[in-house]
Design a protein around this ligand. Structure first.
Ligand SMILES: Cc1cc2nc3c(=O)[nH]c(=O)nc-3n(C[C@H](O)[C@H](O)[C@H](O)COP(=O)(O)OP(=O)(O)OC[C@H]3O[C@@H](n4cnc5c(N)ncnc54)[C@H](O)[C@@H]3O)c2cc1C
Length: 389
């Protein structure tokens, strides 16, 4: 069994049988159940919600969380490989799984009470419940610490007021993990049942990217959240940032899937497309592009593998995840642009997957910390000087 995808350095030798088996199962599921219709979902701007229970059955939701809560209990490397396979199909599909596992299940697992874990995790793992993560606000994206959503203490709970924006899964979610400031001005996390009075999640329309993913506003108008839905074990911005480290790790692997998809398509297309009586793959300028893509994908894989090993052995630093997210999003974005060029006019056609990946990667490049914010994280790590403002 030799999987990984593009594997110039035989990196797949590094994975266990279990990890490769998870990758194989995910790949087969993606190829059989999602790939045939992905252009349709993207074109129509719909998320294939009927797949969610199947994600659950395959163990893809919270794959790297403990079995005790209905999850697969697999390694972080295995989780990375599933993200790669999902994003080889579409970034929107991988986004669903990232949000559910890393941004909703992870905070309930890491910061929640045992009662909260028991109440929510099994249902989120099976796909019975869908979750969303509300951090970004209309006026606070890269600077979430400036958030103005408020949770005011009242008898038996909190009253939430405010709005979140650009929230993946928002309109289809059963539960929302929401970050808001309490009376002492400290950011706290809340599990909000989306059928609470005063909660609404209007769909954000007119997206030209991540069209096979649901994106919504979250609006809170005097929403009552009971005390038992406050995440008790974290205070401050380190709560949401800890979740983002989990999701960014998966994105670092996932974007390699997008890069592999456009690389594979380019190798095939350039071998078949004849100009000047020869396959365009025979031209040096085309080969230079393919060699660049292969080299950068391979370097991105080494980065993902090593960061994954650090995560599995408990030595990971969040700055390493920043480098992974920043680098591999950039690689995928550049690969999509080169693939677009090599496909000529066909590069803009829906007959090929290139433009879809190119449009998707623009969202992935920006969400979960823009390229600039991760650059600043690395600059801070190198110099010890924060330069965020
Ligand atoms: C499709 C999609 C899905 C999303 N899903 C979610 C979700 O589920 N939950 C959620 O909470 N959020 C989500 N987001 C929001 C996302 O995380 C934010 O868009 C992102 O954090 C950037 O914030 P912003 O768009 O407000 O950009 P801004 O923060 O306004 O940034 C605009 C530009 O200014 C730059 N900039 C900002 N500050 C600095 C600085 N100090 N130095 C240098 N440059 C700077 C940025 O890098 C960027 O280039 C999603 C976004 C998209 C597009």
């Amino acid at each position: 069994m030799r999987l990984l995808g593009v594997d110039f350095l035989d990196i797949s030798d590094q994975f266990s049988e279990d990890e490769l088996m998870v990758q194989k199962t995910t790949r087969e599921f993606v190829d059989n159940e999602i790939m045939p219709d992905i252009d349709l979902y993207f074109h129509d701007g719909t998320f294939p919600k009927h797949l969610v229970k199947q994600f659950g059955e395959l163990g893809l939701l919270g794959l790297n969380l403990p079995e005790k809560y209905g999850c697969a209990g697999m390694s972080h490397i295995a989780y990375g490989l599933t993200c790669q396979e999902l994003e080889r199909c579409d970034s929107g599909i991988r986004s669903f799984v990232s949000v559910q596992g890393s941004l909703v299940m992870y905070p309930i697992y890491a910061y929640g009470s045992e009662e909260q874990r028991m109440k929510y995790l099994t249902k989120l793992a099976s796909g019975e419940f869908i979750g969303c993560f509300g951090l970004t606000e209309p006026d606070h994206g890269s600077n979430p610490g400036g958030m103005v959503t408020r949770a005011k203490k009242t008898d038996g709970g909190y009253i939430l007021n405010g709005a979140k924006m650009w929230i993946t899964n928002g309109s289809v979610a059963d539960v929302a993990v929401v970050w808001a400031k309490t009376d002492d001005d400290i950011v706290r996390g809340f599990i909000v049942d989306t059928d609470s009075e005063g909660f609404s999640a209007p769909l954000m329309k007119n997206k030209w990217s991540l069209r096979a993913s649901i994106t919504s506003e979250l609006i809170f108008e005097d929403v009552f959240v009971p005390d038992e839905n406050l995440l008790p074990n974290v205070k401050g911005l380190k709560g949401p940032l800890g979740c983002l480290t989990q999701a960014r790790y998966g994105i670092g692997w996932g974007t390699l899937g997008s890069a592999i998809a456009v690389y594979d398509a380019s190798v095939k297309y350039t071998a078949e497309r004849i100009q000047f009586d020869k396959p365009i793959a025979s031209f040096q300028l085309i080969q230079e592009k393919l060699a660049w893509m292969l080299s950068e994908i391979t370097k991105g894989q080494l980065l993902a593998l090593h960061v994954g090993k650090n995560k599995d052995n408990g030595t990971l630093r969040h700055q390493q995840v920043s480098m992974l997210k920043k680098n591999n999003c950039w690689v995928a974005r550049e690969c999509a642009k080169l693939a677009r060029e090599m496909h000529g006019a066909n590069g803009i056609s829906g007959e090929y997957p290139i433009m879809r990946h190119l449009m998707n990667i623009e969202s992935v490049y920006t969400y979960e910390g823009t390229n600039e914010m991760h650059t600043l994280v690395l600059g801070h790590d190198i110099t010890g000087i924060p330069a965020y403002k």
